[in-house]
Design a protein around this ligand. Structure first.
Ligand SMILES: [Zn+2]
Length: 452
């Protein structure tokens, strides 16, 4: 299957051709582990998880190597440790675990590699030494800086000119750099802060050098795909490119907004996956909502979006529940569905195909057609990372506290039918219908789902 991806570097949708189809490499910038990730931070791991699944289907499970890092040394982490009095490592390990739990709840597969910045400081020092040796960087009092003036290509990813860059933002404590856009590769050690010895002076690494060093060490550059959120294009990825020619395809997902405003910790309009799970939303519902827009488009987050996502998943689970006594055929996801995903990860089109599969599953009459429809539905859902739940448990979970009542009514109705009390059984069916529940009687007993 031919995959096309939009490359931020060339600003075109291009046919994807890995340098070595038996070793496809992908790196996505991971979290800075000092607090809970918000729902906007959850978009890249979910989006690139779908790409990971598609690449594994296309090139083979063992042929794709996906790395996602942990930034475990950074100003914000040092500030969080100073505030709470906990050691830095206690904070970073705790939030790594929380990040893995939260992304796991959203059905995100574990990447093959999850390198930590602090385990690669030696590699970063070596890379900085190379940059100093070739005159691309210089040493100042406050640190070692990359010199954008020495790089004629600087700005090529974000499309910014050298003139625009001259107006770059001032960074506190970096008064001795030569150009406002020069960025810190290394920050000179300060009392009370963690530091590492280096030939150019003790200190700690800047953020951008991390990913370059880890990509080189863990995957070998240039890699096939480098991904992240759109806010990373500048300066993070622009700076990564300046340091080393890292990747052939650069992919960026759009912003998540809340009431049309960019979601960010500094504005305070954030919600975390953890809070949504605690409110009773299912992980798959959150995942579906994140995939409901094309990854490059902005997505406006709301409870309405979540309700629509749950209704769509109800339809999927309802179809599987209806066919619960049918063994799924061992088939692949249909071509139209795969083509939608292969076309620059067009998840809205893939979701529309999935909806057509639900209709096919609901209307299939012959056992062979039912088995095929169920098999295709499950295979396609697997690529989007949904339908991993047991359908009965799904409806119980999404009905929350009301599920136990519904179970009791369904059991009463089963008893009434067994006693051939059809008037009572019909009354109970109507009562369940009034609660938005449809009962389905099959050879293996009675089940229920939310009415469509
Ligand atoms: Zn990065």
């Amino acid at each position: 299957m031919e995959i096309a991806l939009t490359n931020t570097l060339t600003r075109r949708k291009e046919r994807f051709e890995p340098a070595d189809p038996s070793r496809v490499t992908m790196y996505v910038c991971g979290p800075t582990v000092y607090s809970y990730a918000h729902i906007g931070n959850a978009r890249p791991p979910v989006v690139f998880d779908v790409l990971f699944r598609l690449l594994r289907l296309t090139y083979g499970e063992g042929a794709v190597i996906y790395a996602r890092n942990y930034t475990d040394i950074d100003d914000k982490i040092i500030a969080a440790a100073a505030k709470s009095g906990e050691p830095i490592e206690a904070i970073t390990r705790k939030f790594e675990r929380i990040y893995e739990e939260d992304t796991g709840a959203l059905g995100v597969l574990a990447p093959n590699l999850t390198p930590r910045a602090t385990a690669h400081v030696g590699d970063m020092i070596a890379l900085i030494e190379q940059l100093l040796a070739k005159g691309a960087a210089y040493k100042a009092e406050t640190g070692v800086y990359f010199s954008v003036a020495a790089d004629a290509d600087y700005g090529k990813l974000s499309g910014r000119s050298q003139d625009e860059l001259k107006a770059g933002a001032r960074v506190e404590g970096e008064d001795d750099k030569r150009h406002p856009s020069d960025f810190a590769l290394w920050k000179t050690a300060k009392p009370g802060e963690p530091s590492w010895e280096a030939s150019f002076g003790a200190g700690r690494p800047g953020w951008h050098i991390e990913c370059s060093a880890m990509i080189e060490k863990e995957l070998g550059s240039p890699i096939d795909i480098h991904g992240g959120g759109i806010d990373l294009i500048f300066p993070h990825h622009e700076n990564e490119i300046a340091q080393s020619e890292l990747a052939r395809v650069w992919m960026h997902n759009g912003f998540l907004t809340m009431d049309r405003e960019k979601m960010s910790k500094s504005i305070g309009n954030i919600i975390t996956p953890r809070e949504l799970l605690e409110q009773g939303w299912q992980g798959e519902t959150i995942r579906w909502a994140l995939l409901s827009a094309h990854y490059r488009a902005p997505l406006d987050w709301s409870d309405d979006l979540l309700r629509q996502a749950q209704a769509s998943l109800d339809r999927l689970y309802g179809a599987v529940l209806r066919l619960k006594d049918v063994a799924a055929a061992d088939v692949e996801a249909p071509q139209a569905f795969l083509e939608a995903l292969a076309d620059d990860l067009n998840t809205p089109a893939a979701i529309a195909e999935l909806s057509a599969l639900v209709t096919a599953a609901n209307t299939a009459k012959k056992p062979a057609d039912q088995a095929k429809a169920k098999g295709e539905l499950l295979a396609a859902a697997q690529l989007l990372g949904v339908l991993n739940d047991d359908p009965e448990r799904w409806f119980r979970a999404t009905f929350g506290e009301r599920a136990a009542e519904i179970d009791a009514l369904v059991a009463e109705r089963v008893a009434a039918r067994a006693a051939k009390n059809y008037a009572e059984s019909d009354r109970l069916r109507d009562e369940l219908a009034a609660r938005g529940v449809e009962v389905m009687d099959g050879p293996s007993g009675s089940t229920w789902r939310r009415k469509g």
